[in-house]
Design a protein around this ligand. Structure first.
Ligand SMILES: [Fe+2]
Length: 231
């Protein structure tokens, strides 16, 4: 029997939510920031949609990284660090199988690449990193800084923006960081404090654009994800 076709990225997010709730909430905030910046720049709908879906799925590879590694408070062993650093490539493989398009796959594979080539998996430098990826990378870093960790409290919006601005020339795209610096503080505060509904990235026309950009994929793919044993 053929599996029914699933065309809704929210089905994938539901799986991530169930297995990796902090990854899901982080991804929603990154998407909200990214969509907001894309709107601020006046980017076309298709690009906003790539940023939205790419942000929502950028850490999908963490589904395959054991939870004890993701939440380990202390220093990771070399083996654990290697497992963590595999998530962009593993996520790329998953999303490719699900039929997502090249722009979204770029975001998943390259979101830990850095301007000064210090990132992974390929050590890409500067303009070799697709610019939509750079938007997601900065928003990813901003949300990480403004979220609490076991070893530190969450940074304020201002402190996180200052820190990223200081590091922009080396590690992050200065163009995108300047965009972050110009985003209204009320928007950043609202997303950071969980008021996602006002900036909810899951509504129309996103679904239709996603369908147009995505080849059909089936519930069998989601079942594969659910059956992975390395939780
Ligand atoms: Fe990541």
């Amino acid at each position: 029997m053929t599996s029914p076709v699933v065309r809704d990225v929210n089905s994938i997010l539901d799986v991530i939510e169930a297995k990796r709730p902090t990854v899901a909430s982080h991804s929603r905030r990154v998407a909200a920031y990214g969509v907001q910046l894309a709107a601020q720049y006046g980017l076309p709908d298709a690009m906003r949609e790539t940023i939205r879906v790419g942000s929502l799925l950028h850490d999908i590879g963490k589904m395959l990284v054991p939870a004890r590694i993701l939440s380990k408070p202390g220093r990771l062993t070399e083996q654990e660090w290697h497992a963590l650093q595999s998530h962009p490539e593993r996520g790329f493989d998953m999303a490719e199988r699900l039929g997502f398009d090249a722009g979204i796959l770029d975001i998943i594979l390259c979101h830990h690449e850095r301007n000064d080539s210090s990132g992974y998996p390929d050590g890409l430098e500067g303009n070799a990193i697709p610019w939509m990826v750079r938007i997601v990378s900065v928003m990813d870093a901003f949300d990480a800084l403004t979220s609490p960790r076991t070893y530190r409290a969450a940074l304020s919006v201002d402190a996180a923006r200052t820190l990223l601005a200081r590091e922009a020339v080396d590690r992050y795209c200065p163009w995108v960081v300047s965009g972050l610096l110009s985003m209204p503080r009320t928007t950043l505060d609202a997303v950071a404090h969980g008021e996602l509904d006002r900036y909810r990235p899951d509504g129309p026309p996103g679904h239709e654009v996603l369908c147009a950009a995505t080849t059909p994929w089936t519930t069998a793919c989601l079942d594969d994800m659910r059956s992975v044993t390395a939780w």
